[in-house]
Design a protein around this ligand. Structure first.
Ligand code: CO
Length: 433
């Protein structure tokens, strides 16, 4: 299972690739793609359906034996975007000696220093001319070799570097792409490279490339480490590890009475307020359409929402042995201690005593330990999907996640045991009625 997770992490450098990989697994398991432009048609018990939005979010449904109105649905949510750097338009900057660097823009909140001095590559989607102006084609791109690096300034120019350095997003975070060998190609290196890469799969004319959403990605593979290989080292554990656990549980749990839903949202790292994010009405409309197709009444959807339960899965902070003073006195989950329920008095998390108790009971039934996280009271902490989704879709539910270190680093640290625990807990959740 951990090998499958590592493979998923390596082949999902950005949101678009993660969604494409999830879609492949769903299709292999017999899930049928819904076209949201068409009527839903008939919905029967056991149907396995999915729908995507913007190629960067995906929603899967396994219809239960009992109607949505009678038993609701069990939904697991996670997000497929991670902090990174987006390549700006007209990105090439040619410097002294023909050195080419790329102009970038920050996506989300990365720990920027962790992106220095490591092999990076490019991944995302390229928009290619289609039948007409309104219907261009989307092609995915993942260059599978070290292509770029953001290089540090030598310590000899800044002896205070180890006392902490203020970084400029605009000046410091521009990666090296290459050295110009042909003056005539000045300004076209990146687009030539994109064209060459796309043409490996399908001949593509340079003039047909219209635009792209491309991002920096770590070019080194994910791995386990530690005395007993108990740790996971990878970028994007937040939140691809939870996407993967949700998918494993969806495909691994037996069909039951209750409808299973897996929602993988985009843009959590920038606040979720997009058509493909947790703030979008898209999931809610799809659930309404499914409930109506199943029962023929508008009422069915509202009953289903009242009976439903949500697990909003986004990684939590593990206790860091070097920085114990940053954590709450009595609630500081540890790596390997099991999935973590997140609680917050200001309701930044959807969990409350009732929903936290439900999740703890599910863990107990699955035979896995469960931990709780609250912020150190003097530290603000983060936010996540749960309360954004439940402010428009009033589901009962819990915010949880696996504990990790170095959240938003280019390389985060997770635990093998926690990943397995969470898959077991999610499988139990999907099977519970
Ligand atoms: Co997250």
């Amino acid at each position: 299972m951990i090998q499958r997770l590592l493979h998923f992490l390596d082949s999902s450098p950005v949101n678009f690739l993660a969604v494409s990989n999830i879609v492949k697994e769903l299709e292999q398991a017999g899930y049928r793609r819904l076209n949201p432009c068409e009527p839903i048609g008939e919905v029967a018990a056991g149907d396995r359906l999915f729908v995507t939005k913007n190629d960067s979010s995906v929603y899967a449904f396994e219809i239960g034996r009992k109607p949505l109105a009678d038993v609701g649905f069990h939904i697991i949510c996670a997000h497929c975007d991670s902090p990174t750097f987006r390549i700006k338009p007209n990105a090439e900057i040619t410097c002294e000696g023909g050195i080419i660097k790329l102009n970038t823009e920050v996506y989300g909140g990365p720990i920027m220093s962790t992106w220095f001095d490591r092999p990076l590559t490019l991944a995302g989607r390229v928009i290619v001319r289609g039948e007409d102006a309104l219907h261009p084609q989307t092609r995915l791109l993942h260059i599978r070799r070290p292509l770029l690096q953001i290089s540090n300034l030598a310590i000899h120019f800044n002896r205070q570097v180890n006392d902490g350095v203020k970084l400029s997003k605009q000046k410091d975070m521009l990666p090296l792409l290459g050295i110009l060998t042909n003056e005539l190609e000045c300004g076209n290196q990146l687009i030539n490279l994109i064209c060459e890469e796309l043409s490996r799969e399908q001949p593509t004319a340079l003039t047909d490339i219209l635009d792209f959403d491309l991002y920096l990605a770590d070019a080194s593979p994910a791995c386990t480490f530690g005395l007993h290989n108990e740790f996971i080292s990878s970028g994007r554990l937040d939140d691809l590890s939870m996407c993967h656990a949700g998918l494993e549980a969806l495909l691994g749990s037996p069909a039951g009475d209750v409808t299973k839903v897996l929602a993988i949202f985009d843009n959590e790292e920038t606040g979720s307020q997009t058509k493909q994010g947790a703030g979008s009405p898209f999931l809610s409309s799809m659930l309404q359409r499914l409930a109506f197709a199943q029962s023929g009444t508008v009422e069915a959807f509202y009953q289903a929402v009242e009976r439903a339960f949500m697990v909003s899965a986004d990684n939590a902070h593990a206790w860091h042995p070097n920085y114990s003073e940053m954590y709450d006195l009595t609630n500081h989950p540890v790596l390997g201690g099991g999935p973590v329920v997140k609680l917050n008095a200001a309701q930044k998390y959807a969990s409350d005593a009732s929903s936290a108790a439900v999740f703890a009971e599910i863990c107990r039934e699955a035979g896995v330990p469960c931990q709780q996280f609250v912020n150190h009271s003097d530290i603000a902490g983060g936010s996540t999907l749960g309360n954004i989704l439940t402010s428009s879709l009033p589901l009962r539910g819990v915010d949880m996640g696996n504990p990790i270190l170095a959240m938003h680093s280019c390389r985060e640290t997770g635990s093998v045991a926690d990943q397995l625990y969470t898959i077991l807990a999610f499988t139990r959740f999907y099977s519970a009625s």
